[in-house]
Design a protein around this ligand. Sequence first.
Ligand SMILES: Cc1cc2nc3c(=O)[nH]c(=O)nc-3n(C[C@H](O)[C@H](O)[C@H](O)COP(=O)(O)OP(=O)(O)OC[C@H]3O[C@@H](n4cnc5c(N)ncnc54)[C@H](O)[C@@H]3O)c2cc1C
Length: 709
Amino acid sequence: MKKILITGATGFVGQNLCRQFASNKEYELYCVVRNTEKAKNVLPKNLRLVDAVKLDLVSSLGIDYVVHLASCLTSRDDTESMRSILDVNIRFSTELLDVLKDCKCLKFINLGSFAEYKSNPGIPEPAYLYTAAKQAFRPILDYYAANGEWSYVHLIPYTIYGGENNQKKLIDYVRESLDAPVPVKMSPGYQVSDFIHINDVIGCIRFLIDNPQKWNGQKGEVYHLGTGRGTSIRELARIFEQATKKKTNIEWGGLPYRKRDIMHAVAPISKLKDLGWQAKIKLENGIVDTLVVGAGISGLGALHTLYRKPIVAKGLEKSDTYGGLCSSFSVNGFRFDRFIHLSFSNIDEVNVLFSEVEGGINRHSPNPSNLYKGRWIKHPSQNNLYVLDDEEKKTIIDDFKKRPDASTVKVKNYEEWLRVQFGDYFAEHFPMVYTRKYWMKEAKDLRTEWVGNRIYQPSIEEVIAGSKSEDTRITYYAKEMRYPKTGGYQHFLSKLAEESNIAYKAEVQHIDTIKREVTTIDGEVYPYRRLISSLPLPEIVKMLDDVPEEVMTAVSKLETTSGYHVSIALKTKNIPPYLWWYIYDEDNIASRVYSPSMKSEGNAPEGCSSLQMEVYCKENEYNEQELLDRTVGKLVNQGIIKQDDILFTHIGFEKYANVIFPEPIYYARKTVRDYLSSVGIDTIGRFGEWDYLWSDQSLVSGLNIKQTC
Ligand SMILES: Cc1cc2nc3c(=O)[nH]c(=O)nc-3n(C[C@H](O)[C@H](O)[C@H](O)COP(=O)(O)OP(=O)(O)OC[C@H]3O[C@@H](n4cnc5c(N)ncnc54)[C@H](O)[C@@H]3O)c2cc1C
């Protein structure tokens, strides 16, 4: 255990440092504070506070490390400021050394300022009185260190930004100027600074504490702590503009430079590099306030809401395009979606956004069908039994009549619900079979809350009428299916994606909820103030450290189906006339088939057509040939398509398709989501809410993120 004494703990660097250090089990933290009440409010609870007026208590603590952050930081030099500067930067700092003087082998990290080097980082030249006082403290530290055989370094941070900060900094004024109605007055803006993120500053101090062997024995070495990259204020404004796709409104030169402004302050970083440390956070990443992980439809919804806020939001997406499950892909001139994807939304906000799609919308009236024992049955089968043999019709209708009265039965699972709705024979031969194919579960193992209006529940009169005539009304729960004329389903989202700042091929690998930092697979680091995730709950939990066992148990209860889409390109238009159809027969392992070329003619070249089949199974449960034989091969065998017409087939796999509703789902997802929320992660979308959401509901889940930042 390392005993670390921190001064200036309630300041900007101190508060952020204490928050990050407090969870480190290797550190025992002592903070010298002037106002213990204030400190209790702003610092983590598990720190030990030492009142500055009882500083002598420190001498008996056996301190190993000191991080001396306390400082009076002001550009002023009036008499009152002069007194405060001397009081903190000289008197208090020296008293601290005095109480530590009996500590042997102490390691002392003294935080300076780049304003100690007004013109040249190699030559001390204080820009302000407070930095003159900081320099005056150095020989005093030399003196005590020599007597105590201490190692000590002066760490010179450059322009620190990010993290929690009550005081407005220049960077905040630039942010506020984005799309501001009134210009923000600034200096001409040519001063060049080295902006270093607070997490990097803390990371460097942590590095020194964790690697004492690298600097043990050093006496007063100076380390300039920056990124080594200079950025003018004008460039900073451009970086904000690129990150937000908004315009800064700044009156450059509206204010004069300050009297002792430093025009060029960029850290020479080679010494820290030689020690083995380097800043990780790029300015472009560091200025982001809110990160949205996943640029599927829900992530795009969140980014759309955030776009309207005076903040910087960024999406991180592992794939090379937006839309997630709602994205589309092209093969040899044919376009396919990732599963069926048609919009039947009745949510106004969604329909307004979708109506802006360039090129217009195809509107289909739903005409699904069902394939059962090689026969086409109009949808839904339960009230369209016309094509079945008389004997089977009779059995279904008899059982339908015998079914228990729904109002008297307390249904415990989906199987019971199906039997109550449709009678035993129909339940067993239609939906229970389909449940095995679609949900990869027995109906008795599913709850019923997800059903909603998805399954039509006809009266006995409708069932009988449908057994006698094909002429039944359309009872599908949506009246219109919408699809972009061009660009596939993904094209509904083009405008949302264009307005957003999204890093593609940015696969998030690790999330540090203490540092509030996300790391992608290529090593890029993104700090955040707020994190919104649309990733599947089991995936995001894997990215966190120290997840409680109770949460891991809950995660293990969350189940989804995985699925293959088997796409078929055909050189003729000779396919069944249905936009989509369900397959009840179990020898064909696909549960649904649909036609991308019927959704939009633009999805296939002139004179051609396409189909896509949906197969739910575990990854690698079938090899490619088996998968094709038991899907496409079956359609060919049944004469539904011709082998000679097939130009090519394509197989795609989706690990997360539909959320399954077994018994523990409600408790399990609440436990996981509550935990994520407690560590500062908001979860959205189909797999973040862990619900059976259609694309419009997923979009709304993102649009409705809490609008505070
Ligand atoms: C078979 C099927 C058919 C459907 N049909 C319809 C339909 O006809 N109509 C309809 O409205 N809805 C339909 N849906 C529902 C619709 O697809 C979903 O509601 C919606 O796509 C979910 O969007 P999302 O943003 O919540 O999740 P996703 O689309 O899964 O988005 C998550 C995003 O996170 C990204 N990601 C994952 N891991 C990482 C990582 N580590 N780092 C960075 N990024 C990562 C992914 O690449 C993805 O882009 C269907 C769904 C399925 C499965």
